[in-house]
Design a protein around this ligand. Structure first.
Ligand SMILES: [Fe+2]
Length: 157
């Protein structure tokens, strides 16, 4: 198979993937923090749900890093780099109520989905890398399903 993506384009694609990787890693840590520190009447449900979410994020983190490697760059793999690259914020020593935790996770999924969506558009239209774009769109599809479930859990019946 002929490789149609030139080296310059590969570097630009990686520049778009690096901040996504960093955001996913910070988000992963945030959800783990919530898994550990959630309290309240729905403790058991949310403790388990948060674990499921961070496990899925761990798989995405791995897939993005390996996509970066497949594009011939080194993947950032230190917390220092992630904190420099991320646009998400962390709150040290803050343990929100359980519905606020769910809302924060919803907000971060939406932020990351928008970021992934605009990166995927560029990667597809400016750099003609449909494989990376398709991979990113697939992630958004998964997040939309998770968002539906998280939002449903906040509806007061
Ligand atoms: Fe655990």
């Amino acid at each position: 198979m002929k490789n149609i993506i030139n080296n310059e384009a590969k570097l630009k694609i990686v520049d778009l993937l690096n901040p996504i990787l960093a955001d996913e890693f910070v988000f992963y840590t945030k959800v783990r923090n919530y898994h550990w520190n959630v309290t309240g009447p729905n403790f058991f449900g949310l403790h388990a749900t948060f674990e499921k979410i961070y496990d899925e994020l761990a798989e995405d983190i791995d897939a993005i890093a390996e996509r970066i490697r497949a594009l011939d760059s080194k993947a950032p793999g230190t917390l220092k780099e992630f904190l420099k690259l991320t646009s998400l914020t962390e709150e040290v020593g803050v343990y929100p109520r359980q519905s606020e935790m769910v809302q924060n996770i919803i907000n971060d999924f939406e932020t990351i989905s928008n970021e992934i969506n605009s990166a995927a558009h560029k990667i597809q239209n400016e750099f003609n890398d449909e494989v990376t774009a398709g991979f990113l769109y697939g992630m958004i599809e998964k997040y939309q399903k998770t968002l539906w479930m998280l939002k449903s859990s906040l509806v007061k019946n």
